[in-house]
Structure formats: structure tokens, C-alpha cells
Design a protein around this ligand. Structure first.
Ligand code: SAH
Length: 510
């Protein structure tokens, strides 16, 4: 059942998961997509807010390290008020709403006020931390039970509600939440109540995010180690023999690009795909758009060509963007793929062929080599004499394809289908990390990415900021542009695809 969209207000208490935004549930996402109001916490990943509709109201109800920005009763009243006003409210909470999330109190207030609510579970921090640190919370060889315990108990209570003896005796895994500032006292209590001092312990901070940090030790020494390392919240403390399994089962931080900060300089529209490939290998990716694709200054030449499509023998498109802009324009002129009925199609690169396929067109020619030279080479095997070729392209494309095809006897029209322009500045986070010398690698996937970055920063600053940063380029043309701007290229794959570039980065850093 879809979340209801009728007039009546409703509050969804949604577990955002432990940190990695991909760990929210499908149901949680559905609710967010319908939200009029999102009331979110410090520990809920802010990236999730992007899933709420444009115009949704965002209210930060975070409680940072115990300092209450807004106390619980104020949050309860806010939820009731928004619900009464007929809003679809998402109360987005880190982890799970019913595990140390005060979701129970919020539901009580809503029930009392007669506001309908629904609770959407989330991956709680203990479970997220366990998975991403390679520590199974239960294991047939070690323990059959696990307890989730607050580490903050006792501050305002004179008598402990925690049965320390039961928790300490027996071998059950214990996970403390909110237990970093109170780590020493809690570990002492466990020893006093009978837990072996040599029992292994792991602290997992910012679990499931690129900043995940793990510190291991024993019940006896973990407090000293945490102090020496300056270990800070938010973290969970996992106590039990299962912690030893991490040596064998850790995967998140042993991925090839783990801990590497990598800048991706593609267009805002295209960066996501490549970023995802790097993130999957563990990299922490900073997107830095250097290209924005916009309409040509005039559509006149492309429109003219499109109206005369039946007269062309070949259509060549060399990128997904070219396909996108071409078909958009075709649509604007009231036509569709049928306009290409008599025309053969050349798609440069498999991604471009896929883009054609999404419009129902199977490419007649997909050159194996994606460079302009490769395209020319393929066409040199055909008799082009007197053939008419349409080659819609970017404004800054190389001239080689039209020039060489003309030389082979073809009539070539190459109207501009889109322009590459560059944004006027770097995203602040990327600049900050470059200035801090915290970036390991920068990737360039076309000449214009590096040329635009140089134009945005100035050549001197470009070279200075990239000192000590590995430069990765997708192929020889891009590498040449890098060198012309004073950069040394450290990584260049043999095939010029994003997958090959990601593999080359992996090889470089391993
Ligand atoms: N409802 C939340 C818990 C909120 S209490 C849940 O189900 O996870 C806050 C505590 O959760 C923090 O002090 C910390 O112990 C833990 N926590 C939350 N997110 C965490 C993360 N990404 N990594 C480690 N611990 C986290």
C-alpha cells in the first residue's frame, strides 16, 4: 500500500539507517517521497533529504552530543501540530526509531492527540556497525545472544536499571550505544561483574560511512586506547569474542580504494555513474563539476539537418549527451525515431549505443576504438563517395571526423547539438580538501574537464593545488591536455572507458 496522500495528516516515523544513505528501507524512501514536512536528526544522513519533494519543509531537530537543541516534548508537540494541520510528516531518525530513538515517546504523544502514525524500521547502528566492520553479532561457535545497552544510563538515575551481572556473566555479545564518554566506567563495571578482562572490544565510529573508524582492544585496555587515540562519538562499543572474527571477515575497510579521497571532474549530469564505481571500491568521492551542458547558441543548423533527415545516409553520434540532445530536439520539432528510417546509425562507444537503444534504435556501426581516429578507421573501410553524413556534435569537438570523412568523398554536416560551458567556481568542499592537501587523486574523463578546471582556477593555482595529487586520465588525448597545462599524468588505462579507468585507479593504489 502506498503511503496515504489524502488530506488527513499522518506522521511516519522513519528509520534512516546508520549512515550510508543506501541503507534506508524502500518503505522509508516511499514515505520521504511524499513528505510535506521532514523533521530530521543529527544522525540521519542529510543526503536522504534530497528524496523529499521540492518545496518540502525541513526542520532540524537534532540533539548534538546530549545538548538538546529542542527538547523531546517540543518535538512531540511539533509532530502533533504538523499532523493536525493535515501534513504528511516524516520524522526521520538515525538508525531505527524504536532503538534508543525515543520513537516510543513520539508515538505516545501522537496516539494521545489522535494523529495517525506509522513506524518504518531502520538498520540500527549496532547492526550497521557489525556488518560494515565484519563482526557477526551472533555466531554458533561463540555466542547465542546479543544485548543492546545504553552507555549513558545512570547520569540522571541514582539506581542502575541495567543488570550488569547478567550482562557481564555468560558470553553474550554486548553493544553499547552512546557509550564513548562513559567507556571507562562501563568497562570497569563489566569486569567487576565477572566479564573476563581479555574479552575483545571494538569501537566503531561513524559506522557505514566513508569516515568509519574502528579501534579494537580488550575490556581491560580499550578505555586507555580510546583516550590515547582521542576517539570521539558517535560510536558503538561491541564487546564479545565475536570481535576477533573481524580479522577474517572485515571487508568494508579492506576494499581497494578505501580511505582514498578522489575528485571526479565530470559534468554534473554525468558524474554519478563514475562516482558510484569508485565508491563501490571504497573511495570517498568529491564531485567537482567542470562542465555544464547547455543548448547551442542557435538551433538553426541542427533543425535544418533534422528536417532533411531522409536525405542523409549516416547519422554519427559520439556520446550519450549527443544522443540525448539530438533526440530532445527531434521531439521538440514534433518528430521521433521514425525520422531515422532510411538512415544508418553509428554509435561511438557501447554507452552511446545503449543510449540509441533506449530510443528503439539499434546502431549499425559501433567502432571498437572510441577515439575519433577509430571512427575514421571504421569508415575508411566503406565507400563514402557522395554519401551524406550528419554528425551533430559538441561545440568544442575535434575536427578530425568531419575532415577525414570529407576527404573520403562524403558530404558531412556537423551542426552543434550542445555546448560545454564551465561553472565559475569549484564546490567549496573540493577546494577545501585540495587546500588541506587531503586529496589522493583527481580524475579527468575528457580534455574539457581538465581545460575547464584550469580556466576556473587559473593554470598556476591548478598546478599548485594538484601537487602530490595523482592525476588519472581516461586516455591519450585527455593526457595530452593535462600535460599541456603542466600536469604529470600518473594513471591512464589501456582502454578508454570509465570501467577501465576505475580499474586503473584500483591498480595504482593497491
Ligand atoms: N536510533 C539510533 C540510535 C540513536 S542513539 C539507532 O537505532 O541506531 C545515538 C547513538 O547511536 C550514538 O551515540 C552511537 O552510539 C549510535 N550511533 C548512531 N549512528 C552511528 C554510527 N553511524 N556509527 C556508530 N554509532 C552510531
Amino acid at each position: 500500500m502506498k503511503p496515504s496522500t489524502n488530506q488527513k495528516g499522518i506522521v511516519y516515523l522513519v528509520g534512516a539507517g546508520p549512515g550510508d544513505p543506501a541503507l534506508i528501507t524502500l518503505r522509508g524512501l516511499e514515505c520521504l517521497q511524499l513528505a510535506d514536512v521532514v523533521v530530521y536528526d543529527y544522525l540521519a544522513n542529510e543526503q536522504l533529504l534530497n528524496h523529499a519533494p521540492d518545496g518540502a519543509e525541513y526542520i532540524y531537530a537534532g540533539k548534538i552530543g546530549g545538548r538538546h537543541n529542542q527538547n523531546q516534548s517540543e518535538i512531540n508537540s511539533l509532530l502533533v501540530k504538523k499532523g493536525r494541520a493535515g501534513k504528511v510528516v516524516v520524522r526521520l531518525k538515525g538508525g531505527d526509531p524504536f532503538v534508543f530513538g525515543r520513537g516510543g515517546e513520539e508515538c505516545e504523544a501522537l496516539r494521545e492527540a489522535g494523529i495517525p502514525f506509522e513506524v518504518v524500521p531502520g538498520v540500527t547502528a549496532a547492526v550497521g556497525a557489525a556488518a560494515y566492520s565484519g563482526i557477526p553479532l551472533t555466531h554458533r561457535d561463540f555466542t547465542a545472544s546479543v544485548a543492546f545497552v545504553t552507555g549513558q544510563e545512570g547520569k540522571d538515575k541514582s539506581e542502575s536499571a541495567i543488570d550488569w551481572e547478567r550482562l557481564s556473566l555468560g558470553g553474550g555479545t554486548v553493544v553499547f550505544y552512546m557509550g564513548i564518554t562513559t567507556l571507562r566506567g562501563n568497562m570497569q563495571k563489566m569486569i567487576e561483574h565477572g566479564r573476563a578482562p581479555e574479552t575483545p572490544v571494538a569501537l566503531v565510529r561513524w559506522a557505514t560511512t566513508p569516515c568509519q573508524q574502528i579501534l579494537t582492544g580488550t575490556v581491560a585496555d580499550i578505555a586507555d586506547r580510546a583516550e590515547a587515540a582521542g576517539f570521539k562519538p558517535p560510536a558503538v562499543t561491541i564487546v564479545g569474542e565475536v570481535v576477533n572474527l573481524r580479522k577474517k571477515l572485515g571487508w568494508f575497510d579492506s576494499r581497494p580504494l578505501c580511505g582514498r579521497k578522489i575528485i571526479v571532474t565530470r559534468s554534473a549530469e554525468q558524474a554519478g555513474e563514475f562516482s558510484a564505481k569508485l565508491a563501490m571500491r571504497g573511495a570517498s568521492v568529491l564531485e567537482c563539476p567542470t562542465i555544464r551542458l547547455v543548448e547551442p547558441e542557435s538551433w538553426q543548423l541542427l533543425d535544418l539537418a533534422i528536417r532533411e533527415l531522409p536525405g542523409y545516409d549516416w547519422l554519427i553520434l559520439t556520446s550519450v549527451n549527443a544522443v540525448r540532445f539530438f533526440f530532445q530536439r527531434l521531439g521538440t520539432l514534433g518528430m521521433d525515431a521514425r525520422a531515422l528510417a532510411g538512415c544508418k546509425v553509428c554509435a561511438v562507444g557501447p554507452k552511446t549505443a545503449e543510449a540509441f537503444a533506449s530510443f528503439g534504435i539499434r546502431a549499425d556501426l559501433v567502432p571498437g576504438d572510441y577515439k575519433a581516429e577509430g571512427v575514421v578507421d571504421e569508415f575508411s573501410r566503406l565507400d563514402l563517395h557522395n554519401l551524406k553524413i550528419l554528425f551533430p556534435r559538441a561545440d568544442k569537438a575535434r575536427e578530425i571526423i568531419p575532415r577525414e570523412l570529407k576527404r573520403m568523398g562524403a558530404h558531412v554536416d556537423s551542426p552543434v547539438a550542445y555546448r560545454n560551458i564551465f561553472p565559475d567556481r569549484l564546490p567549496p568542499e573540493a577546494l577545501f580538501q585540495l587546500e588541506k592537501r587531503a586529496v589522493d587523486c583527481i580524475t579527468f574523463t575528457s580534455s574539457s574537464t581538465v581545460q575547464n578546471l584550469a580556466a576556473m582556477l587559473g593554470e598556476d593555482l591548478l598546478v599548485d593545488l594538484l601537487k602530490g595529487v595523482a592525476v588519472a586520465s581516461i586516455g591519450p588525448i585527455t593526457s595530452k591536455s593535462c600535460r599541456e597545462l603542466g600536469l604529470k599524468v600518473d594513471i591512464e588505462p589501456e582502454t578508454h572507458t570509465l570501467d577501465a579507468l576505475a580499474d586503473a585507479l584500483e591498480a595504482h593504489f593497491s
